[in-house]
Design a protein around this ligand. Structure first.
Ligand code: GUN
Ligand code: ZN
Length: 440
């Protein structure tokens, strides 16, 4: 066992509102090892309350620092680091002019390895310890990312990007050179082989990954849905209702479905552990479908602001009662930093659907990037919090990381003020270290 003494931020599993934060000015985080040999939280609370019980445990003391749960990111594209900051009129031209050309480069295994290394290092530097991310349509891109995540012991979920139409020919899923299966069948065989190779290895998980309905044929979506039924523990990830032109395109390609979102349900792709990025242009019946199927939304504020896609409707989501959490959506997104993503979410709430705008509380913003995102993945109680039993992934924040942060956090008189200072003024400099639960 080992223990860490510092200020502590975490969340109660029972408090109401459900996203209320708990804060210990002088706290103790005790880490033990579970039956599988994985480091997990043993106890958390005030140093004064716990010190006698754990008197024999060696303590690392970080005065002036804040320990908080590692961030959970629900949606990004590891092959799009180089696409960040590429302007376009909107989603579809951005895909065509910047994203597809970059993703083609992942046909080369060595390119995948370098990009995977950079991406994972950047997540960790920014305090992200669990990530659901897209790879490309090349099997080697998936293998490279899983290899790197395994080496760094990151909790990572990814999958082969399924696209068998409406993208450049050399980016569509390919036939095997010597095989009999057509490209669509091959993409499903490859996905199943990748599930066998990676899902459940250490902390890795597989996600069945149709890019979005317009770039898959009916046959590919049907096959993806069959895989999702066969492997209920595997995740599903895709995009939906990000942009009006995309919505219109999808509706024209799948006229038999009652909405763009319903297309996924019609192919068996909405269930628990299905994460849909964006979910902006939804109707109330779509929101009810999200809730009833147990699917969850990855809210991508910096991407939505950058590409002019629209605003996630927080009030609508809460009214319907479906799950959601935050995501950086690199490379439509403009930052790897969870602080920038939380600030983007605040702007989206302010400018969003309700007439007066919402002022999302900093505790709610932080919850969306930790416990809320973990719940969306079906991993609450495992990651995203520092409750006993959670994997011991955490960040150590330095509220004196910059002169402005030092000045502003020093005058905070409440938890909300402290958290808002960090959300508004923070970035990677705030994250002094990221600690990953080890498998001993
Ligand atoms: N919709 C389909 N593909 C993509 C992508 O790569 N990024 C975003 N933001 N939306 C998409
Ligand atoms: Zn995306």
């Amino acid at each position: 066992m080992k223990a860490y003494r510092a200020s502590l931020l975490y969340f109660s599993p029972t408090a109401e509102p459900h996203h209320a934060g708990l804060y210990e000015d002088d706290g103790l985080l005790v880490v033990g090892v579970n039956a599988q040999g994985r480091e997990v939280v043993q106890a958390v609370g005030a140093y004064g309350d716990l010190k006698a019980r754990f008197a024999q445990v060696p303590i690392t003391h970080w005065p002036g620092r804040i320990i908080a749960p590692g961030f959970v990111d629900l949606h990004s594209h590891y092959p799009q680091t180089n696409v960040m900051g590429s302007p376009a009129d909107g989603l579809l031209p951005w895909l065509e002019h910047y994203t597809f050309p970059e993703e083609k480069r992942f046909a080369a295994p060595e390119y995948c390895v370098e990009a995977a290394r950079f991406f994972i290092a950047e997540l960790l530097r920014n305090g992200v310890t669990t990530a659901l991310t897209f790879s490309t349509s090349h099997v080697c891109s998936v293998d490279a990312l899983f290899h790197e995540a395994k080496a760094r012991q990151l909790r990572l979920i990814t999958g082969l990007c399924l696209m068998d139409r409406h993208a450049p020919a050399d980016l569509l899923n390919q036939k095997a050179v010597s095989g009999h299966a057509d490209a669509t069948e091959q993409s499903l065989l490859d996905s199943e082989a990748l599930i066998a190779r990676w899902h459940g290895v250490d902390r890795l998980g597989y996600a069945i990954t149709p890019r979005f309905a317009p770039t898959s044929t009916d046959a590919q979506l049907r096959g993806a849905g069959e895989l999702a039924a066969k492997y209920p523990q595997v995740w599903i990830q895709s995009h939906v209702a990000e942009n009006q032109a995309e919505v219109a395109w999808s509706r024209s390609l799948f006229p038999g479905s009652s909405s763009y979102l319903a297309t996924y349900a019609d192919f068996g792709l909405m269930r628990q552990r299905a994460i849909y990025a964006h979910c902006i242009h939804l109707s109330d019946s779509d929101r009810a479908l999200m809730r009833d199927t147990g699917a969850a939304a990855a809210v991508c504020p910096t991407s939505n602001l950058f590409l002019g896609s629209g605003s996630f409707d927080y009030a609508g989501a809460d009214r319907a009662g479906f799950r959601y959490g935050l995501a950086n959506d690199v490379g439509g997104g403009t930052s790897f930093s969870p602080f920038h993503t939380m600030l983007g979410a605040y702007y989206v709430g302010r400018e969003g659907h309700s007439k007066a705008g919402l002022s999302l509380s900093p505790q709610h913003l932080w919850w969306q990037h930790t416990v809320g995102a973990a719940k969306a993945l079906g991993l609450d109680g495992t990651v995203g919090n520092l409750q006993p039993g959670c994997e011991a992934d955490f960040v150590v924040l330095n509220p004196q990381a910059t002169p402005l942060l030092t000045r502003k956090t020093a005058i905070a008189t409440s938890l909300d003020e402290l958290l808002f200072s960090m959300i508004v003024l923070g970035d990677d400099r705030l994250v002094e270290r990221t600690v990953i639960s080890q498998n001993l």
